[in-house]
Design a protein around this ligand. Sequence first.
Ligand SMILES: [Zn+2]
Length: 121
Amino acid sequence: MVKQKEISKKEKDDIRTLMKFIEIYCRENHNGEKAPFSFKLFDIREIEKKEISLCADCSRLLAYGLTMRLKCPHDPKPMCKKCDRQCYHGEYKAKIREVMKFSGMYMIKHGRVDLLYHYFR
Ligand SMILES: [Zn+2]
């Protein structure tokens, strides 16, 4: 469990990026039933005004990613690839890589390179 604290601007940026990546991935790859994403540790609408709908798998991945981001003990956060903690394990690790690759390519094709900063390089 993450203790309640102020979410920094940098954390908000990272969270927004993560949401965007997973949203694109889910929208382009999954046709199943989707539900608006909600997160128990804080109100997601404080960060992203627009509601996003995800399938159950992607919701789980995003919730995991957000939890890990908030738990990151490093300040500033290094690139995940270079971090000694490697908080993504097993299926989440494989999944987030796939998401980053897919949505990264998608953004390049659609000229949204501005969204590619920082996160998983
Ligand atoms: Zn999905």
